[in-house]
Ligand binder design. Structure first.
Ligand code: ADP
Ligand code: MG
Length: 610
């Protein structure tokens, strides 16, 4: 038997040094690394199998086998994969091919310590075996029937030996770890089960411990859509999301460009944050070639997608990228963007099936609104996914903003909306009158977040969102009938009204908005809408006392009579206008004690009937 001893490449020694002498918070990672290598080896064998003839046979199928010896304190990880030749042992386990190794070493040295998670990131995962072992024995036979059976062995202190092994072994690689005292716990069934369940449950090949298969769930996201049944999706979703319902939407796709990725995403039936349940954690796990990187990666998908469940698997990721570096990784950011775009597109497609979409929307509209406000890249497509009641929808039906624009006349440059506490209040609102009279559609909103949403969206397809209680809306007057007060008379009336306006009134003006009403209170241009204000107050925010712009209708008989009255009995006119203003403010929700308005009205009538 020939035995060759080799020294490790200088960089390997350095890596080993850091690996062995570091303290790890995450002790389990060595097993994930070795299982992931075994899984890679099985994949590679799979590819060889398709092209080569002279294959070395294995007793077992394509699987990974764990075993342990409680007495000897050894743990063995075996695979029936591609195996290694003598040359490969030297290059793969004795040198570091990774081009960035030097830079990595510098960085590690500077820190003085390495986070366990970082080991696999730089293609040095195998050496984590030395974290837990005094000695590592590795038996291997490459896929080629004519290859040698070899044994590689090292204590990780600077050199390794390669000897011929007995020729009875199977194809693939068997790694025997002689566990350090601190790590004896890994020679134990319960321990192995729990570690595999946690980190390697989705490895595509069976991981066996005795008769038991430890990884129960297949990596179905790596399969093609046509090869997965509805029931498999359902089972996987339930496992992945720890859920009992069926997924509402299932989105499964593969992409090669701009990066190699597989994604399987689910939306649950119900909003997980409904009724006082707090904000949920991200639910889409990040995998790299079936190996779990992070079950709840922060910063992969935008926050508004936190209701999603499932898996994203990206082959281009550095395996074992650490949690901390996840958010800073440009690959991860790009990955998140690609998947988000695809999901938004997917929803747009689903929205065509209106009935199903509206059921989804009823549960998840808050997230879409949040996204429309915060996810700058997808703002317009997300706004397009919102649905609202309007003055033109039938009861219980909703419209999209695009449909609104399609119905609007070309010259309309705004999207009009009204926010009210209830749909009943919205539909009965005084502010609708001028818009209805002109055939202008108004979006009706009752969700407490809508004011915030409208305020931050600003516009859609270059049409501005405008709250209909704002004073600066210009409406044409072609719909109006009847003679208006002559201009001179109107101006003198306005001058007079502006000198005797009440405290809450910013100014009095004449306008062409009103059709049947004599007067309306509007929000000044620099102030938020009245309904919005009321809602924010209801949510506990203190807001400055609002002022109102009073607009009068110069065509209305009451206003014409007021002008007459002002000439003959200024005091009477004064009282009447004060009452009219109060009524308008009351309708606008700006009067804190409505009974005062009723009382002054009663008093007014009493005096005038005398
Ligand atoms: P990486 O997996 O990122 O390449 P590792 O340090 O984990 O880095 O492994 C180094 C190399 O050793 C692998 O690329 C592979 O060629 C070889 N190797 C490790 N484990 C096995 C195995 N079980 N079977 C075959 N080759 C292996
Ligand atoms: Mg590896």
């Amino acid at each position: 038997m020939s035995a060759e001893t080799h020294t490790f490449q200088a960089e390997v020694k350095q890596v080993l040094d850091i690996v062995i002498h570091s303290l790890y918070t995450d002790r389990d990672i060595f097993l994930r690394e070795l299982i992931s290598n075994a899984s890679d080896a099985l994949e590679k064998y799979n590819l060889k199998q398709a092209t080569e003839k002279n294959l070395y046979q294995a007793e077992k199928g394509l699987e990974i086998t764990l075993s342990f010896d409680e007495e000897a304190k050894t743990l063995t990880i075996a695979d029936s994969g591609i195996g290694m030749t003598r040359e490969e042992l030297k290059t793969n386990l004795g040198t570091i091919a990774h081009s960035g190794t030097k830079a990595v070493l510098e960085a590690l040295k500077e820190k003085g310590e390495v986070a366990g998670d970082m080991i696999g990131q730089f293609g040095v995962g195998f050496y984590s075996a030395f974290m837990v072992s005094n000695k590592v024995e590795l038996f291997t036979h490459s896929w080629d029937a004519d290859a040698e059976s070899l044994k590689w062995e090292s204590d990780g202190s600077g050199s390794y030996t390669i000897t011929d092994a007995e020729d009875t072994q199977d194809r693939g690689t068997r790694i025997v770890l002689h566990l350090k005292e601190d790590y004896h716990e890994y020679a134990n069934e319960m321990k192995l089960k729990s570690v595999v369940e946690r980190y390697s449950n989705y490895v595509g090949h069976p991981i066996m411990l005795g008769e038991d298969r430890l990884n129960t769930v297949e990596a179905i996201w790596m399969k093609s859509k046509n090869d997965v049944t509805e029931e498999e999706y359902e089972k996987f979703y339930q496992f992945n999301a720890k859920a009992y319902d069926k997924p509402r939407y299932t989105m499964h796709f593969q992409a090669d460009a701009p990066m190699a990725l597989n994604a399987l995403l689910f939306t649950p039936q119900e909003n997980p944050e409904r009724m006082g349940f707090g904000q949920v954690d991200p639910g889409v796990a990040l995998h790299c070639r079936k190996v779990l990187i992070d079950a709840k990666p922060e910063g992969l998908l935008p926050e508004w997608l936190r209701f999603l469940k499932g898996v994203i698997d990206c082959a281009d990721l550095p395996l074992n990228i650490s949690r901390e570096s996840l958010q800073d990784s440009s690959v991860v950011q790009k990955l998140g963007k690609v998947v988000t775009k695809r999901f938004v597109k997917f929803l747009a497609k689903q929205a065509k099936d209106e009935e199903t979409y509206l059921e989804f929307y009823a549960q998840f509209s808050r997230y879409l609104k949040e996204g429309a406000c915060h996810d700058f890249e997808n703002k317009e497509s997300l706004t397009d996914l919102l649905r609202f009641e309007s003055t033109m929808t039938e009861d219980g039906k909703l419209t999209s903003l695009q449909d609104y624009l399609d119905r609007a006349k070309d010259e309309q440059d705004s999207i009009y909306y009204l926010i009210a506490p209830t749909m009943e209040a919205a539909k009965g609102s005084l502010y609708l009158e001028p818009f209805k009279a002109r055939g202008l559609e108004v979006i009706l909103m009752t969700d407490a977040v809508d004011e915030y949403v409208m305020g931050s969206l600003m516009d859609f397809k270059e049409k501005k969102f405008v709250s209909i209680d704002k004073a600066d809306i210009e409406l044409d007057d072609h719909a109006l009938e009847g003679e208006a007060l002559p201009e001179a008379e109107l101006n003198s009336l306005l001058d007079w009204l502006n000198t005797s306006k009440g405290e809450q009134v910013d100014s009095v003006k004449s306008g062409s908005r009103l059709v049947e009403s004599p007067i309306v209170a509007l929000a000044p241009d620099d102030q938020m809408g009245f309904q919005a204000r009321a809602m924010m107050e209801a949510m506990g925010q203190k807001i400055e006392e609002p002022k109102a712009v009073i607009e009068i209708n110069p065509r209305h008989d009451l206003i014409k009579s007021l002008a007459e009255c002002q000439k003959t009995d200024a005091e009477k006119a004064q009282r009447i206008f004060a009452q009219l203003s109060q009524n308008a403010l009351l309708a606008a929700g700006l009067v804190s004690n409505p009974a005062d308005v009723a009382n002054s009205m009663n008093k007014l009538m009493e005096d005038f009937l005398k």
